[in-house]
Design a protein around this ligand. Structure first.
Ligand code: C2E
Ligand code: MG
Ligand code: MG
Length: 708
């Protein structure tokens, strides 16, 4: 701020001497000042209140109220503590001069006045006054600022151990001004002994080495509140000596709390208390480094809650928030002890096995730090579906959530955090487009077949309920008389997106995932129900072959199930033929034998499917209560060109004849094959030459045409 002296500054003269007032007015006006005069003290005081002059000339000797009383009254007016008041005194009236200063006069001018020097003297006084006002103002500002910042300053003079504190130091250290001795020792009073020792060392070292220091310590205030205080010190060097140390003391409790809060807000989601997206990224980065170092695999599951926006809109954001919190809690609590993988004794287990984070909105992530392979991720995904199956109760609302999970695996699915997260979220988006409660791998993480398999498995689970499974029927034909003598039921999956899916693409998946039991049961039901329908429609009788899976065959109560199904659909046992592959029979042949005998007792026919591809020994074959062998298509397809296949076919036919078994040739596509088979005494065949597997109604038409 530059000094700006207003030439029109208002000057007030208070003097009972008319001549004096006139002279002052005249001289000062000519110098450019604005002048007001009062002939009595009381009038002067009123004018000060009303006009706020820049300076007052005040006569000491006045009737009624003399200059001293008047001065006291002026100083008592608020805001007038620093108003320059120049006393007009007698030349050698030392007593008056002394008294004036005691009462707060700024200066004095002895009468008779030296008029030529008066304006200079006046200007000097105004300038000094303005500097003083500014100083007072900045001191006040500093005090306020220190108070706001909880910052105090201290000043220690080394030579006489004189310590001075600003007001705020007392507040920060909570020291009573009465207990303050003004010594270095005062600083240690509220400190714990270790902190005090440290401060002593700091001060000594500052004296010796002449550099700054800072130190943080705790101060316990009377309300038992613990305050964190930061102290700084800086040496003032004169010559080669530290003469003073200046410093500050600041209460940084609040600042630290805010910093802590900022740290929390920048790393954690305040609603759920889980790590947020940026922290997740950091954790992922650490986990990736670990993977690179130890050559391990990690995976992350990206979970999104379906229709969360709708829940939020219909039930309100506070319910939405509570739901997210409950969701997060359930995720954390249930997964905490979930052991998705064998314990890795050779790895460093200090890293968390699993971390749950909230990536934003309705999106969460579970980081699996070590996995053996993708099966572990699938296990966790399934577990999450399980724990979210139970409804969430908020007030009177019962909320059912469905979720989708995208899975990414490192290192396959992206070399750095960003691409990894992007791919995981991409997979999550994909899962969302499919069904509720599905998981989806990022496609690169598995080879295509496995990827296919996983999404298939998810879909297959629902296929039964949604009536997507159908049976097709392929005729078994007696080639000699050109008549249909039976059929084989073959399953198809009518997928809403992929169309008709052949069993080769999903039976194995169904076997692996355990879904085969449900599917097999469905097939048996559907086949018998179809036979019943045909009977009702008045179609001639025929034997229907149904394929039996390994699991189904070994399922406890299989015999009862077959029996019950037959009874339920009023199908006679003789109309049903069960096709089993050699491999099914060879796995635990003794038990298989027991089941087969019971089936035989029931009256159901047994056929051995794909015969020739397994390793059935004749000895066993003899023991088996079977009625039919089906020569695998692989032996038929190259007839009449492959001598070996023809030899095998002939051998099977001879064997079947010796055991009195019927033989069906599978996969007959050409007339040459028919000719060869007929010549060898094989009359029954199945193949595209006669008909492909047909839907029930088309099969019925075919059968009416070629049935007997
Ligand atoms: P499978 O029991 O040996 O069935 C014969 C397969 O050969 C059928 O394939 C049929 O469409 C096919 N086929 C028939 N004639 C010809 C032909 O002339 N040329 C060619 N290239 N193929 C022919 P599909 O329907 O794809 O079934 C494949 C296998 O899936 C079946 O072999 C059977 O093992 C299994 N399967 C089918 N339906 C079921 C079922 O309901 N349950 C169980 N557990 N397995 C089934
Ligand atoms: Mg079959
Ligand atoms: Mg077969």
């Amino acid at each position: 701020m530059t000094e700006q002296l207003n030439p029109r500054s208002l000057i007030l003269t208070i003097d009972d001497d008319d001549m004096m007032r006139l002279m002052l007015h005249d001289v000062l006006s000519r110098e450019g000042f604005e002048v007001l005069s009062a002939s009595r003290g009381s009038i002067g005081i009123e004018m000060i209140g009303a006009h706020r002059p820049a300076l007052v000339f005040l006569d000491v000797m006045m009737p009624e109220m003399d200059g001293f009383d008047c001065l006291q009254a002026i100083r008592a007016i608020p805001g007038m503590e620093l108003l320059p008041v120049v006393m007009l005194t007698g030349a050698d009236d030392v007593d008056s001069i002394n008294r004036s200063f005691q009462l707060g006069a700024t200066d004095f001018i002895a009468k008779p006045i030296s008029w030529p020097t008066l304006p200079h003297r006046l200007r000097y006084l105004l300038r000094a006054s303005s500097a003083l006002t500014r100083l007072a103002k900045s001191e006040a500002e500093l005090r306020t600022a220190q108070k706001i910042a909880h910052l105090g300053s201290w000043d220690w003079t080394v030579a006489d151990d004189n310590m001075q504190w600003s007001e705020e130091v007392f507040n920060v250290l909570e020291v009573d001004a009465a207990d303050f001795q003004g010594k270095r020792q005062d600083l240690y009073k509220k400190l714990q002994s270790a902190d005090a020792d440290k401060l002593q060392q700091n001060l000594d070292s500052c004296l010796r080495n002449k550099h700054n220091f800072h130190q943080q310590f705790h101060v316990r205030h009377s309300q038992n509140s613990d305050h964190i205080v930061l102290m700084r010190g800086e040496p003032i060097i004169v010559g080669n000596q530290v003469t003073r140390i200046l410093g500050t003391i600041q209460d940084i409790t609040e600042r630290q709390r805010i910093e802590e809060q900022i740290r929390f807000l920048s790393y954690y989601d305040p609603l759920t208390g889980l790590p947020n997206r940026s922290f997740f990224k950091e954790l992922l980065g650490q986990a990736i480094n670990y993977c690179n170092r130890y050559n391990t695999v990690l995976s992350a599951l990206f979970i999104s809650i379906d229709r969360f926006k709708r829940i939020n809109e219909t039930l309100g954001p506070s319910v939405g928030d509570r739901l997210l919190k409950m969701f997060a809690d359930r995720l954390v609590n249930d997964l905490r002890d979930y052991d998705y993988s064998a314990i890795y004794t050779d790895y460093d287990l200090s890293m968390n096995e699993m971390t749950v984070s909230r990536l934003g909105g309705n999106e969460f992530a579970v980081l699996l730090n070590h996995i053996r392979d993708t099966r572990d991720s699938v296990k966790v995904a399934k577990r999450i579906f399980e724990i979210m199956e139970e409804t969430f109760t908020i007030g009177q609302h019962e909320i059912f959530l469905s979720i989708n999970i995208g899975i990414a695996v490192y290192p396959e699915d992206g070399g750095d955090e960003d691409s990894f997260i992007k791919n995981g979220e991409f997979a999550m988006g994909h899962a969302k487009q499919q069904e509720q409660n599905t998981y989806q791998f990022f496609s690169k993480s598995l080879n295509l077949a496995a990827f296919h398999k996983l999404s298939m498995e998810n879909n297959l689970r629902r296929a039964i309920d949604r009536d997507e499974l159908v049976l097709y029927y392929q005729p078994k034909v007696n080639m000699r008389i050109n008549r249909v003598i039976g059929c084989e039921a073959l399953i198809r999956w009518h997928h809403p997106e992929f169309g008709l899916i052949p069993p080769a693409q999903f039976i194995a998946i169904a076997e692996d995932s355990g879904l085969i039991t449900d599917i097999s049961n469905w097939v048996l039901d559907a086949a018998c129900s179809q036979m019943h329908q045909w009977q009702v429609q008045g179609l001639p009788e025929l034997v229907m072959a149904v394929n039996v899976s390994a699991n189904q065959f070994r399922q406890h109560g299989f015999i009862d199930q077959v029996h019950n199904t037959l009874v339920r659909f009023e199908v006679t046992p003789e109309q049903l033929k069960l096709e089993l592959t050699e491999t099914i029979l060879l796995q635990g042949i003794e038990e298989a034998l027991v089941t087969l005998r019971e089936l035989r007792v029931l009256g159901v026919h047994i056929s051995i499917d794909d015969f020739g591809t397994g390793y059935s020994s004749l000895a066993y074959l003899k023991k088996l209560p079977i009625s039919e062998l089906k020569i695998d298509r692989s032996f038929i397809q190259d007839i009449p060109f492959n001598e070996d296949d023809m030899a095998i076919t002939m051998a099977i036919l001879a064997l079947a004849k010796s055991l009195s078994l019927e033989v069906v040739a599978e996969g007959v596509e050409h007339e040459e094959q028919v000719a060869f088979l007929m010549k060898q005494g094989c009359e029954i065949a199945q193949g595209f030459l006669f008909s492909k597997p047909l839907p029930a109604d088309e099969f019925a038409v075919f059968w009416q045409q070629f049935g007997d």
